[in-house]
Design a protein around this ligand. Structure first.
Ligand SMILES: [Mn+2]
Length: 463
């Protein structure tokens, strides 16, 4: 973990910003797969990790703002636990490492919060994404589950988002260490992909690398010849010679910061001319976006710029037509790019998404669009130095969506539907990298991973 001082500083800033009340951070519990002692791999809550650092189940952190007290609640192991799980560090030892002097058994949390409630103090907590933590707060605060959901603290959400959005140099280092694993995952896949293999064989190889490095995946691996399905988690296809396969995968650093990289690879090792044409448009869109990312610009504008490059490329192929700026303003490109250009990255792969996307990606001045495509952009706000974001343009040919739009003749002034039909079976292309917004522009994080047609084909050949 980071030095104790890091956590002390983060909590001090949070305390100042929230200003009053009790701030409670329920940590995550051990989550059963099919019975209690058969749990999923443990993953601590990211905000708990950020402010309290301790990477173990069954903990809660509490800050009493006016009382200037910080506490960690948790139970030390019993001899029974030691028999089954081995010796564990005490809660007090763990708390000391993150600069918290006061610890109490978990059962005391209800009492401390109850006293606060009776005194009319405000209890701040973040939106909860795990049902067991909703139940926990329901018990602790004597309110119903809907009240728990409605009662998350906007002040706390804003304060946490403000702090977690800007990454320190040490956090960027963590992300780059996650990206070392991502690099290996991408290179290994490029070497191992071959016609006749199941997608899952490659998934096994690259996720094995993650386990071998003592890490865990940052999200379920997307590895598919049906890349037109944006979050396709099926790995059951046999890869064929003419296919292209999307590898959108990522691992966590030791401190649980995420890396998130996508490459699109021809299964035969050579892109066809048609694949090359579409692929190069996506490369161009990503390049244009890299060139545009800098402090002070709205990420929404970077997204729209990338959309214009995509639409311009599709116009060159005869798929789209008309004025490109008008086409993008009307949302015509969204037939082929249905999602956003990227998202924040940090302790979560979609950083802080559980706190509410609009708190993270939008402001009072920059509000989310309702337009198909643009409405899926998770991040629209002005970029600041220290933001780490993904830049992931793509082109996706979804037969069902094409059929629907074609039947409605939707935006036919910008789309040549008879040409689109020739791409029905194309699949999808996505290229994704993670960038740090610097003081003047941006830096692509991690070791370079082949991106151009030539570089990807060359990496495939490196057996
Ligand atoms: Mn991503």
């Amino acid at each position: 973990m980071f030095a104790a001082e890091t956590y002390v500083r983060r909590r001090r800033r949070l305390t100042e910003q929230v200003g009053a009340g009790l701030i409670v951070f329920p940590g995550n519990g051990s989550s059963p797969m099919n019975y209690k002692d058969n749990p999923y791999e443990f993953r601590q809550d990211s905000s708990f990790l950020y402010f309290f650092g301790m990477d173990a189940p069954g903990l809660a952190g509490l800050i009493d703002v006016e009382g200037a007290r910080e506490m960690i609640f948790g139970d030390d192991v019993t001899i029974d636990d030691v028999i089954w799980m081995g010796p564990q560090r005490s809660v007090a030892e763990g708390a000391a490492e993150v600069g918290v002097a006061e610890t109490m058994p978990l059962s005391r949390l209800a009492e401390v919060l109850g006293t606060g409630l009776r005194r009319g103090r405000q209890i701040h907590y973040l939106p909860q994404y795990r049902p067991e933590n909703v139940l926990w707060l329901q018990d602790l605060l004597s309110i119903s589950a809907p009240q728990v959901r409605a009662g998350a603290s906007p002040e706390l959400i804003r304060a946490v988002v403000a702090q977690r959005s800007v990454k320190s140099a040490a956090e960027v280092e963590e992300i780059e260490s996650a990206l070392d694993i991502c690099h290996a995952m991408q290179m290994e896949a490029m070497k191992a992909i071959r016609p006749g293999a199941y997608e899952r064989e490659i998934v096994g190889l690259i996720e094995g690398l993650v386990i071998g490095r003592g890490s865990q995946v940052a999200f379920p691996t997307i590895f598919t010849v049906h890349g037109e399905t944006l979050h396709n988690h099926d790995h059951g296809n046999v890869m064929q010679g003419g296919d292209i396969v999307i590898n959108d995968s990522g691992a966590e650093s030791q401190l649980h910061y995420a890396g998130d990289i996508t490459r699109t690879i021809p299964v035969s090792g050579q892109f066809s001319d048609r694949q090359k044409d579409v692929y190069k448009i996506v490369v161009d869109a990503q390049r244009a976006a890299f060139d545009a990312v800098r402090p002070g610009v709205l990420f929404r504008d970077v997204h729209l710029l990338a959309c214009e490059v995509l639409a311009g490329g599709l116009k060159d192929l005869g798929v789209m037509k008309g004025d490109i700026k008008e086409a993008v303003a009307a949302g015509a490109h969204a037939l082929f790019f249905q999602c956003g250009l990227g998202h924040m990255l940090g302790l979560d792969v979609h950083d802080m998404e559980s706190l509410g996307e609009d708190y993270v990606g939008y402001t009072e001045a920059v509000v989310r669009s309702g337009q198909f495509g643009l409405r899926s952009l998770r991040l629209g706000r002005e970029l600041k130095p220290g933001f780490v974001i993904t830049v992931e343009p793509g082109l996706y040919f979804i037969p069902q969506l094409i059929d629907q739009w074609k039947a409605e003749k939707r935006l036919a002034e910008f789309i040549n539907y008879e040409v689109v039909d020739r791409f029905r079976d194309f699949g999808g292309v996505r290229i994704e990298d993670d960038v740090l917004v610097t003081q003047k522009d941006c830096r692509i994080l991690g070791r370079p991973i082949p991106r151009t047609v030539e570089a990807v084909e060359a990496a495939y050949g490196e057996k």
